[in-house]
Unconditional design. Sequence first.
Length: 65
Amino acid sequence: MKWASAYLVGYVLLMAGIVAALWKIGLLDNVSPAWVVIGVVILLGVGVMVSVANSGTKESISIDK
C-alpha cells in the first residue's frame, strides 16, 4: 500500500471517529443529515488533496534541447 493510500485510510478512520463521537454526544441531532453529508464530503476532499500533495518524491527534471 502506498503512503498516500495509508494516509487516506487513516484520515477516513479519523473522520468516522469524529462523526461517531458527535453523534454519540447528540450534537448531530440538531443538524440536518444533508449538512452532515456535505461536511463529510468536504473533509474527504481535503484529505485526498493533502494525501496526494504529500505523496511521492519531489524531483527536478531538467530538459536539454
